[in-house]
Ligand binder design. Sequence first.
Ligand code: KIV
Length: 263
Amino acid sequence: MQNRITTTSLYKMKKDGKKITALTAYDYPFASMVDAAGIDIILVGDSLGMVVQGKENTLPVTMEEILYHTSMVSRACSYSMVVGDMPFMSYHLSLEKAIENAGRFLKEAGASAVKLEGGADVCDVISAISKASIPVQAHIGLTPQSVHQMGGFKVQRDEQRLMEDAIKVQDAGAFSVVLEGIPSSIAAKITKALEIPTIGIGAGPDCDGQILVLHDMLGINTRTLPKFVKKYADLNIVAQQGLKQYADEVREGIFPSKDYEYK
Ligand code: KIV
C-alpha cells in the first residue's frame, strides 16, 4: 500500500511535476472507491448541499452536517488526504470561532486539513487557522459561497486580482489553493508564480492538479453540468436499469426465485 498523502507529499509532487488528483466524496462507500482508486485528495465539499441534499446552492450547509459527512469519508480512507470544506459563515464571525470550527474537522471528523473560500479578504483567517497547526487549502476565483455577491456562478477574469489573491493566500500560510472558474491562461500564470500546488476546477490543464465533483463526473447528478465537467461514467443510467428490472421482476413474480429462499 502507498503511503498516506500529506501536505509534504503534495509539495513534492508539485516540485517533481507530478499531477495531483482530487475528487469530492461525501460518504463511506464512495470514499472507499475513491481512496482505492488512488486519488490523492478527497474534499468533503459543501457541494454536498447541491448534489446530496438537493438544494439550490451551498449556503445552507451547516457545520454539523459537514462534520457528519467528513467522519464517514475519513473512516474509508487509508491513502487519500481528507480535506473538510468550511461552510458559509463558519469562518466569518471571528478568528476564534474560525479556529474552533476548523479544529472540529480534525478533532471530531478525522480530516487532516480544511478548505475555505476567499482571497486577500480571508488571509487573516487562513493565517490564524494555520498557526493552530491546521493545514488550510484556499479557494479563489469562482467561489460558490459568494454566489449572491458575484451575481451567479460566473467565470472570474480579473487577472490582477486573481494573482494578488493567490500570492496573498500563499503568504498567509495556505498549503494549496483551489482555482475555480478562471481562464486557463490566468491559471497557468498563477501556477507558475506559486510555490504551493494549485488544484484546478474549470481552470484548464496547467494547474498542478485537478478536482471534480464526484456526483458530476460519475453521472449521478442529473442537473445541467458546467462546461468543465467530463463524465467518466453514467451511474444514473446503470442504477435506473437495475431498479426498473427489480420492479419488473417483483411485479412478475420472478424475484425472489428459489436461489434466494431459505429452506
Ligand atoms: O464544495 C466543493 O465541492 C468544492 C469543489 C468544487 C472545489 O469546493
